[in-house]
Every structure is written in structure tokens, then in C-alpha cells.
Design a binder for this molecule. Structure first.
Ligand code: SAM
Ligand code: SF4
Length: 329
């Protein structure tokens, strides 16, 4: 699939649920209302949609959410999608998780052919972790990460940089990830959805984070890519890698290879734009997938050039109304 700007679309991110067992301050309001279950695609429908994308050329599939591992029987879907790894149609099946349920599922994920997972850890301080996630328990997440490693999964830690909240912990995170052998990726907070807090208060440009890290660590640019938007450096002292996802300070849209599917079957061609295509209607309209495939192709043909995220004094409102948990990270 080629978009109007000549970019090959080979990466699909699927939010399998908008629900979550955490309420991270930058992601959700504490009193979030979730979609009624009746609107959510069944696991079979999600499998059919993902399979159509694989047929059309998607080589990498990431399940996300909300929290993907809180969706009931989600392992049935993951196991079913594993057949595309076996056939070689899919290069990678992976997920982004908050880690709370990872201890339970790590061994099964590895057996299915998942090779690596992204786990979000914004703080290594139990009290602070609780404050950021509102409902999360750090020991449970660390146990999930340990189980993933025991099962042979590579782990990448995602940390959202939050001004005045976790910016005193970045060195500690670099040390910990280096010692444990996890990659670490910092993410700039994005203006998505109303969260009842002032984004400007949270926003910390990663250019600053990187400059501060460079005072303590020897960082050298490396060519490593994972198919995602992060740019990586190597930390000489730990041998570890650090990635920077900088939607605001450095726009990476020119190399975007991704589209995102919500759990109700809306396809977003860009995380930072409102245009979407409804795939649920064509999916349900017929047992054949030809209408669905046509709709997907039409949607890709109008993928926008990029997002317009800005956070400054004049731009405090969300750039898009939906929360990150709708389209997933
Ligand atoms: N629940 C899973 C998790 O937390 O990893 C998967 C979904 S979560 C929406 C995916 C990623 O998006 C997480 O790393 C999270 O920290 C990040 N995220 C959520 N809201 C964000 C925002 N407004 N700006 C930047 N990153 C955000
Ligand atoms: Fe849940 Fe992930 Fe959003 Fe946190 S970032 S509230 S864990 S979906």
C-alpha cells in the first residue's frame, strides 16, 4: 500500500480496547467514560480486519489500547494472529502494555512468536508511579517485566517525559535499563484528548532531556530503527540504547509507515489528525473482504502529510479531541 506521498504503509497499530486498569494523568481523566461494549469489534472481527491488512502488505502489527491485556480473551486473538508469523506473511507481532498483566501472559506471548514488548514505566519510585498512573502498582509491573525477560522477550521501556514529575529520574532510568538490558525510549507528551490538566505544565521538550542526559552520559547517534518513529543513541557507559520520540520538537512524519485502527473499527491515517475511515460497516456488510479492502485502499490514498501538534501558551487545547487510549500509542 502506497500513500499519496509515496510512503509504503506496512505497519498497523490496533487498539483492541479503550479500557485500562490505570488512569495515567497525561493519558486519561480519572472519570473516563468508556465505549459501550456493543460498539466494540469482536475478537473475530479484529482478526478479520488485521488479516485483511496483512493481505494488503502490512508486515508489522502492534496491539495496544487502552491496555491490550485487560481485554477479555485477548490471548485468543493474539494466538490466531500468530498464524501470520508462522506463514511468514507478518514479520513482527508485538504489543504495547502497561505491564500489569504481563506476568500472567509473558510465556504464552513468547510461545506464539512475539519477540518483544514495549512496557510503559514513567517512574521507578513506587509512590510517584502511583501518582502518575493513579491506579498502578510498580512492583506488579516490574514482576511483569521480569517474567517477560524470563520468557525470552526483549523489553523496551517507554517513558513519557513529564516536567517537574519524573525529570529527576531519567539518569536512574538509564542506569536501570542499561543494567537490565532493556532499551529505553523517551516520549514527548502529545496534546491528545481533554485530561483536565494543563498540558503546558507537563510538556518537556526532549531536546532538553537529551542535552541534560549528555552532561552525564556519552551518547552517540546510531542507525538502529525498529520501524517506529524513535531515533536512537548508544550510551557508552551502559552499552544500552536510548530512543527519543519527538512529535513536537522534531516532526518525523516524512518517514511515517503507520496507520491506526481503533477497537470500533475506525482507521486513523494519522495519530494527530481527525480524518478517519469507518471499516466496521464494510466489514459487517459482507462476508467477502473485497468491500473492506477497497475501503482500506481508499483510506490510505488520503493519508495526510503529517500532524500539527503544538504545545505552547497559545495552544493549550488538545490538537485532537480523542485520547491516546482510543488510537493507542
Ligand atoms: N496501556 C498501554 C501502555 O500504557 O503502554 C498501551 C496504550 S498507551 C496509550 C501507549 C503509550 O502511549 C504509552 O507509552 C503511554 O505512556 C503513551 N501515551 C499516552 N498518552 C500520551 C500522551 N498524551 N502523549 C504522549 N504519550 C502518551
Ligand atoms: Fe492506560 Fe496506557 Fe493510558 Fe496509562 S498510558 S492510562 S496505562 S492506556
Amino acid at each position: 500500500m502506497l500513500d499519496p506521498y509515496g510512503r509504503t504503509i506496512s505497519y498497523l497499530r490496533v487498539s483492541v480496547t479503550d479500557r485500562c486498569d490505570f488512569r495515567c494523568v497525561y493519558c486519561m481523566a480519572e472519570d473516563m467514560t468508556f465505549l459501550p461494549k456493543s460498539e466494540i469489534l469482536t475478537l473475530e472481527e479484529l482478526d478479520r480486519l488485521c488479516t485483511a491488512f496483512v493481505r494488503l502488505g502490512v508486515r508489522k502489527l502492534r496491539l495496544t489500547g487502552g491496555e491490550p491485556l485487560v481485554r477479555r480473551n485477548v490471548m485468543t486473538l493474539i494466538r490466531a494472529l500468530g498464524r501470520h508469523l508462522e506463514s511468514g506473511a507478518l514479520e513482527e507481532l508485538t504489543l504495547t502494555t502497561n505491564g500489569s498483566q504481563l506476568a500472567k501472559h509473558a510465556a504464552d506471548l513468547a510461545a506464539i512468536g512475539v519477540k518483544r514488548v514495549n512496557v510503559s514505566v514513567d517512574s521507578l519510585d513506587e509512590t510517584k508511579f502511583r501518582a502518575i498512573t493513579r491506579w498502578g502498582k510498580l512492583p506488579q509491573v516490574l514482576e511483569g517485566i521480569a517474567a517477560a525477560r524470563r520468557a525470552g522477550l526483549a523489553v523496551k521501556i517507554n517513558t513519557v517525559a513529564l516536567k517537574g514529575v519524573n525529570d529527576d529520574e531519567f539518569d536512574r532510568l538509564v542506569t536501570w535499563c542499561g543494567a537490565e538490558g532493556h532499551d529505553l525510549t523517551f516520549i514527548e507528551v502529545m496534546p491528545m484528548g481533554d485530561i483536565g490538566d494543563d498540558r503546558l505544565e507537563q510538556y518537556l521538550p526532549l531536546s532538553l532531556v537529551r542535552a541534560r542526559l549528555a552532561e552525564r552520559w556519552t551518547l552517540s547517534e546510531i542507525d538502529y530503527r525498529t520501524g517506529g518513529p524513535a531515533r536512537y543513541v548508544r550510551v557508552a557507559e551502559t552499552g544500552g540504547r536510548i530512543g527519543f520520540i519527538t512529535p513536537l520538537t522534531h516532526n518525523f512524519c516524512e518517514s511515517c509507515n503507520r496507520v491506526r485502527l481503533t477497537c470500533t473499527g475506525q482507521l486513523y491515517m494519522c495519530l494527530g489528525q481527525d480524518d478517519d475511515a469507518d471499516l466496521r460497516a464494510p466489514l459487517r456488510a459482507s462476508e467477502s473482504d473485497s468491500l473492506l479492502e477497497d475501503t482500506i485502499r481508499e483510506a490510505i490514498a488520503r493519508k495526510p502529510k503529517g500532524h500539527d501538534f503544538v504545545i505552547d501558551r497559545r495552544h493549550k487545547a488538545p490538537a485532537v479531541a480523542r485520547h491516546m487510549s482510543v488510537t493507542g500509542g
